[in-house]
Design a binder for this molecule. Structure first.
Ligand code: ADP
Ligand code: MG
Length: 224
């Protein structure tokens, strides 16, 4: 389970202080799919980044499976992220100089899954995302839908406990976007991954176990 307790975050910008998150508390059950919705600027990315260990909150605590992540030292935190977390961003963010297979293998290498076990996992994922024939392609040779599928495979390759996705369908058409979300959920289900996804797509929220709506940095409404 992921537990957020009184999480607040203020940014200092040219326009003064921006209270991006204000006293956010909620639990997320392990193995569930949570959709995070709200207008642009409502705090979705900041919240995901806080949960992912990428953005320390000013106050409050975040515990991921019993570990208060901001009590960890920098080295322990990066080991925790590398082992237990996966990230999918709006634009895939594949490493442009690595092939599709190498991109998927990257988190496996970081987790010392090497050699034949790595090759086996990469092949399995390439099959699952329907891109077995693109193993040696470079990212610029892929469509945006294919790019996002590779990004999802990469995010989940090391079977993370938590998958954080920040508007992963924003650059895709409706059908491709829905396929990407289904893929994420399918791959996540294999090992009981907890998925938290920021999205503008109202269709996606229909299939979520929980929907959290942010408005000006506060939880506006919460459905379960
Ligand atoms: P969303 O993802 O819902 O669009 P964000 O979390 O990106 O919202 O942003 C929430 C608020 O915090 C916005 O007002 C945004 O301008 C501000 N903000 C986010 N990141 C920064 C930053 N690094 N510096 C200054 N302001 C920021
Ligand atoms: Mg955002």
């Amino acid at each position: 389970m992921i537990q957020l307790a009184s999480v607040s975050k203020t940014f200092q910008s040219g326009r003064g202080k921006v209270r991006a998150l204000i006293d956010i508390s909620f639990p997320i059950e392990a193995g569930t799919f949570t959709a995070l919705i709200g207008k642009s600027g409502s705090g979705k990315s900041t919240l995901l980044n806080c949960i992912g260990g990428l953005e320390p909150p000013d106050t409050g605590n975040i515990a991921c499976f019993g570990t208060p992540i901001y009590s960890l030292g920098p080295r322990e935190l990066s080991l925790f992220q590398r082992r237990y977390m996966g990230f999918v961003f709006q634009r895939g963010n594949l490493l442009s100089y690595l092939t599709v297979a190498e991109n998927i293998g990257f988190p496996l290498t970081l987790n010392r899954v090497l050699g034949r076990s790595q090759a086996k996992r990469i092949d399995e994922l390439l099959d699952r995302i329907g891109l077995a024939s693109a193993a040696t392609a470079l990212p610029h040779e892929l469509s945006s839908g294919e790019t996002q599928r590779v990004a999802i495979a990469r995010a989940i390759a090391h079977s993370p406990s938590i998958l954080l996705a920040d508007e992963p369908t924003a650059n895709l058409d409706t059908v491709t976007g829905q396929q990407a979300v289904e893929l994420m959920r399918d791959l996540g289900k294999d090992h009981g991954c907890t998925i938290i996804m920021a999205t503008h797509d109202i269709e996606i929220t229909g299939s979520a176990d929980a929907v959290i709506c942010l408005k000006d940095g506060r939880i506006h409404e919460e459905e379960r």
